[in-house]
Design a protein around this ligand. Structure first.
Ligand SMILES: CCCCCCCCCCCCCCCC(=O)SCCNC(=O)CCNC(=O)[C@H](O)C(C)(C)COP(=O)(O)OP(=O)(O)OC[C@H]1O[C@@H](n2cnc3c(N)ncnc32)[C@H](O)[C@@H]1OP(=O)(O)O
Length: 237
């Protein structure tokens, strides 16, 4: 397993620079102002295939894109940064202006999208609005290792949180997340996270998901989550 992952890592590094428009690591370390002037980086949709995607991931992606054709499913785009307006709206809920350095905040980005292609979180989420469920296709790269050769449980928890959150829509926060890790996930493998909204009670959204192998034979994890719709009248800080 380790050998195949090392090979994967080598090929990922070999692919660096070959992908048109792929941001270089050094670019991510540039001052925020320069990043924000780089339109391509802000508006780039990361939930699309890149050369690091395995055959399994590409195959599943194509299958779900087909399901999108009749409008029953949609692919959710994914950006590193929220729009200025969204960030401003969200700040009003949480951020005490005295505690925030604007310069720092302008560098903020979704941490799952902060890795170079293939090294961290490669994922795409498809949503079925009528059925109130999502399917997240996730390939965890070599920088997400926990126990040697295996995906870190925290990385899995992150993806579960995002997958469950994608079933909610709107401004919500995770209040509770319960995960049963049943089998370890091999690093660099692809898993499928099926999430659904089970119950809506006032501002409380109860969700659940399972994480399975591509062939559906292995159940890696099961989880439930409670998300709370934010109340604009309340500040959480
Ligand atoms: C507009 C812009 C949009 C932008 C859109 C961006 C989206 C970008 C997506 C990226 C995807 C990243 C996804 C990352 C998701 C996180 O990582 S979130 C970060 C981790 N979570 C947190 O830090 C949350 C910290 N907790 C809190 O801030 C507050 O507790 C909450 C969750 C906002 C709730 O506070 P509140 O609004 O004051 O609600 P509160 O009155 O306490 O509770 C409401 C109800 O929920 C119940 N409840 C609350 N907590 C719990 C709990 N833990 N267990 C059981 N019941 C609970 C209460 O008992 C109450 O029940 P009822 O009495 O109504 O029956």
């Amino acid at each position: 397993m380790l050998r195949s992952c090392t090979a994967g890592l080598r090929s990922i590094w070999a692919l660096r620079g070959r992908r048109e428009g792929a941001p270089r690591l050094s670019m991510d370390l540039q001052p925020a102002r320069r990043l924000f002037s780089t339109e391509k980086v802000i508006h780039k949709d990361w939930a699309l295939p890149n050369p690091s995607w395995s055959k399994d991931l590409k195959l599943l992606f194509d299958q779900f894109m087909k399901k999108c054709e009749d409008g029953s499913w949609e692919r959710l785009p994914s950006y590193k940064r929220r729009s200025t307006q969204e960030s401003e709206d969200f700040k009003t809920y949480f951020l005490d202006p005295k505690l925030v350095e604007e310069e720092r905040l302008s560098q903020a980005q979704l941490f799952t999208r902060g890795f170079e292609d293939g090294l961290g979180f490669e994922y795409v989420i498809f949503k079925n609005n009528d059925e109130k469920r999502t399917v997240c296709l996730f390939q965890g790269g070599p920088y997400l290792q926990g126990v040697p050769g295996l995906l870190h449980g925290g990385a899995m928890a992150t993806m579960i949180d995002i997958a469950l959150g994608s079933c909610t829509g709107g401004a919500v926060m995770t209040a509770n997340l319960n995960i049963n890790f049943k089998r370890p996930v091999p690093l660099c493998s692809v898993v499928v996270i099926n999430s659904q909204l089970d119950k809506l009670e006032g501002r409380k959204l109860f969700l659940s998901c399972n994480v399975r192998s591509v062939d559906e034979k292995t159940l890696y994890s099961e989880a439930t989550g409670l998300f709370i719709k934010l109340d604009p009248e309340k500040s959480s800080t």
